[in-house]
Unconditional design. Structure first.
Length: 197
């Protein structure tokens, strides 16, 4: 046949698609503090897609940890994930291209979701009142949160440099980076992620 197919990491591909859409958005909105409160239909759609994916991933990570888990929403995911992963809440993410640093999960407390998740729920369920919550700040933080939760879903792949291609915008700080491996097929350097406990 001439074509070999190997395993795809569908959730990683979905994240990279969202990230590509965010990069495209940067052509129209400069990612600076002056624009963090900017909102639009495009940003709203990105926020809804991103948080929907976070919900799916967080649930899957909980199931991977305990097949009998009853965690089924953002509040119930909190205890399961933070009990197992001590670095999750403080996990920093960089967007070096725009000089930004995120700690997307830092405001997550038991029964109090991150601020961007609350904004997502308002935009999702009460858009007529809270459309202005579909902000650049919220979508950039949500996508950083998705990046982090994906590293926990794909921990083994992340540690062994099998999450490729690397993201274009989002990256981990040096304390979560364990070096690089050159992909023999493409020649690209693939990140080894560390400190995923």
């Amino acid at each position: 046949m001439g074509i070999d197919q190997f395993q795809r990491l569908d959730h990683w591909e979905f994240f990279l698609t969202i990230e590509s859409d965010i990069l495209h958005l940067s052509r129209y909105i400069e990612f600076t503090e002056n624009n963090f409160s900017c909102y639009s239909m495009e940003v709203a759609q990105l926020l809804l897609r991103t948080c929907s994916e976070i919900d799916i991933i967080a649930r899957q990570v909980c199931v991977n940890l305990d097949a009998n888990t009853d965690a089924k929403n953002i509040n119930s995911y909190h205890n399961v994930l933070t009990d197992k992963f001590e670095n999750l809440l403080n996990f920093p993410v960089l967007m070096r291209r725009f000089g930004l640093r995120f700690s997307p999960w830092i405001s997550w407390k038991n029964n109090q979701p991150p601020f961007w998740w609350t904004a997502h729920n308002r935009v999702k369920h009460e858009r007529h009142e809270y459309f202005h919550d579909a902000t650049l700040k919220n979508v950039l933080n949500a996508a950083a949160g998705l990046f982090v939760i994906l590293l926990y879903l794909y921990r083994e792949e992340a540690r062994s440099a099998k999450l490729y291609p690397n993201p274009i915008l989002y990256e981990v700080t040096t304390d979560h980076q364990g070096g690089w491996t050159q992909d023999p097929n493409s020649g690209l350097l693939i990140t080894h992620y560390s400190s995923l406990d």
